[in-house]
Design a protein around this ligand. Structure first.
Ligand SMILES: Nc1ncnc2c1ncn2[C@@H]1O[C@H](COP(=O)(O)OP(=O)(O)O)[C@@H](O)[C@H]1O
Ligand SMILES: [Mg+2]
Length: 311
C-alpha cells in the first residue's frame, strides 16, 4: 500500500513538473516569437494551380525535402484543407493539425510533426476557415504562436488546393511568392492562365513563378513555359518567371503508392533531378536571390489571410 501511495505521489509530482515545463516552454516560445519578428522572417512560398491533380502536393513535398537537403530549415504546411493530402503522400498520421492550435491551445511546435528528409510538417485539418470565427484576442494568440515559425525556419512551403476559391486565393494573395503548377494539357494551361489573370486583377507585383509538371520531354516543357510567360506579359502585363519542369516519371507514381517521397526513395530518378534543379533556381536566381524582394514573414502572411477572409 505504502509503495503504491509513494508511486502515485511521484507520478503527480512528475505531472506537475511537466506542466510547469510546458508553460515555461510556451512562454519562451512566445517571447522568442516577439523578438523573431524583429530579427528574421521566413521566406513563404505558396504552391497552387488552376486545375486539380497537376502535381502540386508532390512538388511541394519533394521540393521541401530538396531545400532541406541544401541546408535550409523547412516547414511544410498543408493548406489543402480537410483533405490531408500531404499526410497520405508522407505516409504519416499526425496527431495534431492547425485546428489544435486554434482550439485546443496546442503550441505550434507541438503541432508540427517530423517529416522525411528533416522537414517539419503541419497538417491542415480544418483550420483557415475557422480563423474568421476567432475573436481578436484568440486571433492574436494564434498569430503570435504561428509567428514562432519565423524564428525556427528559413523557408515555409504552403501547399494549397486547386482553383480560384476564397481559401486558395487568400493564401496566394497573402504570400509574396507564388508557384503555379500546370501540366502541358491545354485545359490545365488555360486554368493556370485564368488564375494568373485573377491574381493580376488584384495585384500586379506578386512574384509568380511557373512549373510545368508531367511533360513528355524538355522541349514540350519549355514550350509551355514560354507560352505562359508570353501571354501573361502580352495580355495581362504581368511578369511571370519560368521556374522549371518535372518530366513524366513512373517513379513519381511508385512513390505515391509506397508513400515515400521520390526524392528519398529514388534520388537518382529524372523527377528527383528536375526537383533539385528547381530548388537550386529558387535559391540562386530571381528576385529573392538578388535581394529585390524582402520577406514579410509568417505573421503578416496570417494577418493577410485573415483580412482577406474577413472581407
Ligand atoms: N511528374 C509526374 N510523373 C508522373 N506522374 C505524376 C507526376 N506528377 C504527379 N503525378 C501523378 O499525379 C497524381 C496527382 O499528383 P498530386 O501531387 O496529388 O496533385 P495535386 O496536389 O495537384 O492534386 C499523383 O498521384 C501521381 O500519380
Ligand atoms: Mg494536392
Amino acid at each position: 500500500m505504502r509503495d503504491q501511495a509513494e508511486r502515485l505521489r511521484e507520478i503527480i509530482d512528475n505531472l506537475k513538473k511537466n506542466q510547469k515545463m510546458r508553460s515555461s516552454l510556451k512562454e519562451a516560445e512566445m517571447s522568442m516569437a516577439k523578438t523573431a519578428a524583429e530579427d528574421k522572417s521566413a521566406r513563404i512560398i505558396t504552391i497552387t494551380s488552376g486545375k486539380g491533380g497537376v502535381g502540386k502536393s508532390n512538388i511541394a513535398v519533394n521540393m521541401s525535402i530538396a531545400l532541406s537537403n541544401m541546408g535550409f530549415k523547412v516547414a511544410l504546411i498543408d493548406g489543402d484543407l480537410g483533405l490531408a493530402n500531404v499526410d497520405v503522400l508522407l505516409g504519416i498520421s499526425p496527431e495534431y493539425s492547425m485546428a489544435d492550435i486554434l482550439h485546443c491551445n496546442k503550441s505550434i511546435m507541438e503541432a508540427l510533426c517530423e517529416g522525411p528528409g528533416g522537414i517539419k510538417f503541419l497538417s491542415g485539418g480544418s483550420g483557415i476557415e475557422e480563423l474568421v470565427k476567432l475573436n481578436k484576442e484568440q486571433l492574436e494568440k494564434f498569430i503570435g504562436n504561428i509567428g514562432i515559425l519565423d524564428s525556427y525556419f528559413d523557408i515555409i512551403v504552403v501547399d494549397t488546393g486547386a482553383g480560384i476559391s476564397d481559401n486558395v486565393l487568400s493564401f496566394v494573395m497573402a504570400s509574396d511568392e507564388v508557384i503555379i503548377v500546370t501540366t502541358p494539357d491545354p485545359t490545365a494551361i488555360m486554368d493556370a492562365y485564368a488564375l494568373i489573370k485573377v491574381i493580376s486583377s488584384r495585384s500586379k507585383d506578386k512574384d509568380i513563378k511557373v512549373i510545368v509538371n508531367r511533360a513528355e520531354n524538355v522541349g514540350e516543357a519549355n514550350n509551355v513555359l514560354e507560352k505562359l510567360v508570353m501571354v501573361s506579359d502580352k495580355f495581362l502585363k504581368m511578369k511571370v518567371s519560368p521556374l522549371g519542369f518535372v518530366l513524366y516519371d513512373e517513379s513519381v507514381i511508385k512513390a505515391v503508392k509506397s508513400q515515400i517521397p521520390f526524392l528519398t526513395s529514388n534520388p537518382n530518378s529524372v523527377a528527383s533531378k528536375n526537383i533539385r534543379k528547381i530548388a537550386d533556381k529558387l535559391i540562386n536566381s530571381g528576385a529573392y536571390a538578388e535581394g529585390e524582394i524582402k520577406n514579410s514573414g509568417i505573421r503578416d502572411f496570417i494577418n493577410r489571410v485573415y483580412s482577406f477572409l474577413k472581407n
